[in-house]
Design a protein. Structure first.
Lengths: 615, 596
């Protein structure tokens, strides 16, 4: 049940190469690296080995020209010149050997590519699953605050930005490092002063790249945020596209979109501009280094500086050889610093992924489970506010007996909906207590608490899947018969049977082609199949037509029997038949009692009941 | 498809053209630099001439500076062109979607549209940028190198010819398969997006039923399907590399073998053989770049196809060529109207369309200013009727007439302004109350907005909100109750000052008293407006001039409340059900209120 944990951030010190990264980025990088290492340690080891092997083989192939001429062709020429005739056997053997080495190199290259694909895709999969699991435990308020499009963007754009980084950057950096170390050693051996010049140029490259990187990063962040905003906008507007059409709001919608689209273009252009100049700058810094070494070398070799102790060590041959080495030294350095840059830019995406993963989950410290819930729910002097300082409910005190029907009555904004959102802890109360079977609900395991009640919300949400799947959502182990039975109970059976494939009809896009009433019937059937001791009904019957409503009512009545029911309803029979009617007024309980008691009070309820006329 | 995409480059065409030109210049300069380098070594260092070292060094630095400038310019223009291209694509898609009819929208899912406008466009942008820069560099180098090989030794360049053919076939085989896979990868992305979208939207349901684990499994399936397919596509693509390497290594070995023979024969010098090897390496590099382009192209071909599917989708409902822009009055007539919902594009989806027709042979007429109630069971076709009147769909048979003309003759904008509809699903957008209301009429004054709210009985609760009309409404109106949302939606529609107002069960979440007040306000203050009110409760329609009774897509009655009570069996049944001691709490209240 425990989710995989990401390594906790450790100290602020990171590898030297990442000096240009901010502390935050280093933290994110290390965390990602540790995550990859944890799951793919052996794969990565094999990858390292393969990269080493394939680097060596590519070195062999680049050296082969000289070997061919010096070791094979020269003897051949010598022997033919001597009139001994050409013996091609050693050449054939040499080529065979070369072929074998190259084959090995190619195989290694392919192997590590395949492995890296597995690592990168696997990591993305794990990350997606991880953040999704975490997201399931976030409080409802989190979803109120974040746009759906933004959340969706994390799963696609942000996670995708890691793919490139893991699959190519890691192996590139590794193979470059191998080359750098090899050439550096040869350079030191050849000439120390020239090596210093080389290092100077390399340092300059790293510095410039880092500088550009840091500069571009802020643009990358803006750009990634613009992407999320565009995403959010598109998601919201396209979901409401029908309203856009009906209101001929197309022009305005386009104008609004153009604004944020232009902002995204601008940010993306800035970011991409900086990245695209890194390559030419580094390449030409390499050229600068070339000239510098040539000049310095020439001066050292040709000039007369008696004070310099090492000048005699530099020969012309050394300079020519050094120039070659310098090239294979600076090239991978510019590669690596570029890769690191793109990696750092990917951290912007990783940061957003981790931010979602790290969001505070809803409090679930309750340990008691409800073994045999009776459905006895009591409110003890409950105060509640969504936002601090704006209290919505004041001193709500309700005692119920199991099986009672509690009806909430009151105008809009009185707090009816809020109250029922508290019972299953969509929101946590600030003061007072809510008890279930005498146990404060904060002490009850959240899953256990919520399984002990079913809820039918104002807004109906269905899922992609068959009608049967949607009903079974209420209780996963319900048999087909039980689902059909539940549908029959609430009167949904009739219309379901008339659908193209009956219970196996696939619903898409939140039950798109069903009418509001049909969708609501399915939501009620879903609650019916859950079969808990407590029911919460929020204007559940509002858009079902009268004949259907009649059936629903009958079904409802039968499932309400023996269950504690909290209901927000306008139906006279429901209100009149309730064991308790709670009249709410601006977050306060104004009156409380049975229909007869409240009528006798001649108070607000009486007013509502008798005088709520057209005037 | 390419044509469609090409058109989207638009005003960035200049930059898109400049990039390859600048890159070409950069390549030329880059080719010159090694030449100067050789001079520097041969004349300066080997010759021991310090002057020459300085001279060639300066020349090289000059070239480096030139190359730097060209490179930076190419980079900048490519960034400008590619991000501009992406912005144009998004904009064009968005504009196209705005032209879509409901039937078009039904064909694409929201999550699918979102992926196309983000992930797909992103991949096209990257591909475009790479192609602009590399597509010049790589072929140029390839061609130059191959030409040089031909010049040095035509016999040995035969080897290259064979190699090219081999390589071409192999790559083509791989790529054509990868392409298909990538197409599927993007459909999986839609699934992933949908999975997240559904979950986030229905999070309360998920939590209420403690279905977190179930949802995790569902999401894991979508994510795993994506990962598996993506991995297959990438693995197949990874074959590019070894195939190319093998061919090129084959070339090296063949070159070594024949080359050695030719050298021994005396028909080739060692120096020339050595330079041939240099060119082989250069060809290898160019091919690598080309294969990168291929990879990009295959990846983005799938994206391109999906983007073009939107750009090339023909809107079903378009303006007539000579549209009528004025709806003279609120008359309404339907003649023999028949309608079926179009079946969505996907195979699985086609199963869920109901087998019944939505409307059969519906005919009726309403004169200007009448208030008509529409009542009927779930799925009887009431909402469909409304959709046809404001031309959200076109009927399969028959005519819908507004103001004495076929709706198809009107300018869409004019028609939908004159025929206001309040949809069943009360959708509001993130923004202030005032901004939402002004959807009805962008230039409405605050006073006009307030007036509309008063008619819709929304003024009171809006005033009670913390910032009144400037209160921010969260996405989907999350901080309002269902009844409040509905009333704002009605006010929004009223601001259009329409000739015909269609209310599709728009007061279902309001209590009956509010409902009655809304209707009273309509009667007294908007007498000239034709009103069609779909409702579940007889109390909501009993005061209407006439009531249309619908059952399974057929009109069974169209008369006053009293006469329907006598003649229409269905109406009698509904009335009996609603008044057999079962009525609404608030309704009973209002009846008694009338008595007392």
């Amino acid at each position: 049940m425990r989710q995989p944990q990401f390594g906790a951030p450790r100290g602020p010190q990171g590898p030297v190469g990442l000096q240009s990264a901010s502390r935050e980025q280093r933290r994110v990088m290390l965390r990602l690296l540790r995550f990859v290492m944890r799951h793919y340690r052996w794969s990565l080891l094999v990858v390292c080995l393969c990269i080493l092997l394939s680097s060596v083989t590519s070195l062999v192939s680049s050296l082969f020209t000289r070997t061919l001429i010096d070791d094979y062709i020269a003897p051949l020429l010598a022997s033919t010149a001597a009139g001994a005739g050409a013996d091609y056997a050693p050449l054939a053997l040499g080529l065979l050997r070369l072929g074998a080495v190259l084959l090995l190199g190619t195989a290694c290259g392919y192997l590590y590519n395949r492995l890296m694909i597995r690592v990168s895709q696997g990591t993305m999969l794990r990350l997606r699953k991880h953040i999704f699991q975490r997201m399931q435990h976030l409080p409802v308020a989190y979803f109120d605050r974040h746009s759906h499009g933004e959340l969706m963007s994390v799963y696609t754009n942000d996670v995708d930005s890691l793919r490139q980084m893991i699959s190519s950057a890691m192996s590139q950096v590794l193979s470059s490092l191998i080359t750098i170390v090899a050439t550096f050693t040869s350079m030191i051996v050849l000439s120390v002063p020239l090596t210093l010049v080389s290092i100077l140029i390399a340092a300059l490259m790293v510095y410039v790249t880092g500088r550009l990187g840091r500069w571009s990063r802020s643009y990358f962040r803006t750009s990634q945020e613009s992407v999320a905003r565009v995403n959010g906008f598109i998601e919201e507007m396209l979901s409401g596209q029908r309203v856009v059409k009906v209101f001929c709001h197309e022009e305005q919608a386009i104008a609004d979109f153009e604004t944020i689209n232009e902002r995204l273009r601008h940010a993306a252009c800035q970011a991409s501009r900086i990245t695209s100049v890194v390559m030419p700058i580094n390449g030409n810094l390499g050229n600068l280094g070339y000239v510098l070494i040539a000049v310095v070398g020439a001066v050292l070799a040709l000039g007369d500086f008696p004070l310099l102790p090492f000048q005699s060590a530099v020969s012309l041959g050394t300079i020519v050889a050094f120039l070659q080495l310098n090239k294979s030294f600076t090239q991978p350095i510019s590669h690596v610093s570029q890769e690191i840059n793109s990696v750092l830019n990917a951290t912007v995406g990783a940061e957003r992924v981790f931010r979602l993963a790290d969001a505070e989950p809803e409090a679930d410290e309750g340990e008691q489970t409800l073994e045999n819930p009776q459905g006895d729910v009591d409110f003890r002097h409950v105060d509640f506010s969504y936002v601090e300082g704006k209290q919505v409910l004041y001193d709500i005190h309700i005692n119920t007996e199991p099986g009672q029907k509690i009806a909430f009555v009151g105008g809009t904004g009185a707090g009816k909906t809020t109250i029922i959102n508290l019972i299953n802890r969509f929101y946590d109360i600030q003061r007072g207590e809510i008890l279930y079977d005498g146990i404060p609900i904060v002490q009850i395991d959240k899953g256990s608490l919520r399984r002990s009640m079913a809820i039918v919300l104002q807004e109906t949400h269905l899922f992609t899947g068959t009608v049967l799947d949607n009903i079974r959502y209420g209780r996963l182990d319900a048999t087909d018969e039980e689902c059909v039975e539940a549908a029959r109970l609430v009167g949904a059976h009739e219309f379901i049977r008339r659908l193209a494939s009956g219970y196996n009809t696939v619903l898409q896009g939140d039950g798109g082609n069903l009418s509001q009433g049909e969708r609501q019937l399915l939501a009620i059937a879903r609650a019916a199949v859950a079969n808990p001791p407590v029911l919460i009904l929020d204007e559940a019957t509002s858009s079902v037509d009268t004949r259907t409503e009649q059936m629903v009512q009958r079904g409802m009545d039968s499932i309400m029997k023996g269950r504690t029911t909290f209901i927000i309803a306008h139906r006279l029979s429901t209100v009149r038949g309730a064991d308790q009617i709670i009249v709410l007024d601006h977050g306060h309980i104004a009156e409380q009692g049975t229909h007869a008691q409240l009528l006798a009070l001649r108070g607000q309820y009486y007013q509502l009941y008798t005088h709520n006329g057209i005037d | 498809m390419l044509r469609t995409l090409y058109n989207q480059i638009g005003r960035y065409r200049g930059a898109a053209l400049a990039t390859p030109l600048l890159t070409t210049a950069e390549v030329v300069v880059d080719v010159l630099i090694p030449y100067v380098t050789a001079q520097l070594i041969d004349r300066g260092l080997t010759g021991g001439d310090l002057q020459a070292v300085w001279r060639y060094g300066a020349g090289m630095l000059l070239l480096a500076l030139l190359s730097l400038m060209l490179g930076v310019a190419a980079g900048w223009s490519s960034a400008y062109a590619s991000t501009g291209f992406a912005a144009n694509l998004r904009s064009a898609m968005y504009r196209r979607i705005q032209q879509f009819s409901f039937a078009n929208i039904d064909r694409f899912s929201t999550s699918g549209l979102v992926t196309r406008m983000t992930t797909d466009v992103q991949s096209l942008q990257q591909a475009f940028q790479q192609i602009m820069r590399i597509s010049v560099r790589a072929p140029l180098r390839l061609v130059l190198s191959v030409v040089m090989c031909m010049v040095i030794d035509p016999r040995l360049s035969l080897i290259f010819l064979v190699a090219m053919v081999l390589l071409g076939t192999a790559l083509w085989c791989i790529i054509s398969r990868v392409r298909r896979l990538f197409q599927q990868v993007f459909t999986r992305y839609d699934d992933l997006n949908r999975s997240v979208q559904e979950n986030v939207r229905a999070i309360r349901v998920v939590k209420a039923f403690v279905r977190e684990d179930y949802e995790n499994d569902k999401f894991a399936r979508a994510a795993e399907a994506l990962a598996r397919l993506y991995m297959r596509a990438e693995s197949l693509m990874a074959l590019n590399h070894p195939v190319m390497n093998l061919v090129m290594y084959g070339c090296i070995i063949a070159l070594s073998w024949w080359g050695a023979h030719f050298v021994v024969d005396g028909t080739l010098t060692t120096g020339r053989l050595a330079s041939l090897f240099t060119y082989v390496m250069s060809i290898l590099q160019a091919l690598m770049m080309l294969s990168m382009i291929f990879v990009m192209l295959t990846q983005s071909a799938a994206s391109a196809a999906r983007v073009c599917a939107i750009l090339e989708e023909k809107p079903d409902i378009t303006n007539p060529s000579t549209p009528v822009c004025d709806v003279p009055d609120g008359r309404l007539e339907l003649r023999g109207v028949r309608f079926d919902y179009p079946s969505p594009e996907t195979k699985t989806a086609s199963q869920h369309t109901s087998k019944r027709s939505a409307l059969y042979d519906v005919s009726f007429a309403v004169s200007s200013g009448e208030t008509i109630g529409i009542i009927g069971g779930t799925g009887s076709g009431k909402s469909t009727l409304v959709s046809l009147i404001c031309r959200l769909y076109d009927p399969r048979e028959g005519v819908v007439m507004v103001g004495g003309r076929d709706v198809r003759e009107y300018d869409l904008h004019a028609l939908r302004t004159s025929v206001a509809v309040v949809l069943q699903q009360s959708t509001l957008f993130s923004g202030t109350v005032l901004e939402n209301l002004r959807w009805g009429r962008p230039d409405a004054t605050p006073e006009e907005c307030r007036h509309a709210c008063r008619l819709a009985q929304a003024d009171d609760f809006v005033n009670e909100m913390p910032q009144g009309y400037d209160t921010y409404i969260e996405q989907g109106g999350a901080n309002l109750s269902g009844g409040q949302r509905q009333r704002l939606c009605i006010a929004r529609a009223l601001l259009k000052q329409p000739r015909i107002l269609l209310l599709d069960d728009s007061t279902s979440a309001c209590d009956t008293a509010t409902d009655a007040r809304i209707q009273q306000a309509f009667r007294e203050q908007l007498p000239g407006m034709t009103k069609l009110i779909i409702a579940q409760r007889i109390s909501s329609v009993r005061h209407c001039d006439r009531i249309l009774v619908m059952d399974n897509g057929v009109v069974t009655g169209f008369d006053t409340h009293e006469r329907l009570l006598q003649s229409n069996a269905l109406y009698q049944e509904i009335f009996a059900l609603q008044h057999a001691d079962e009525g609404d709490f608030d309704e009973a209240a209002s009846q008694k209120g009338g008595v007392s």
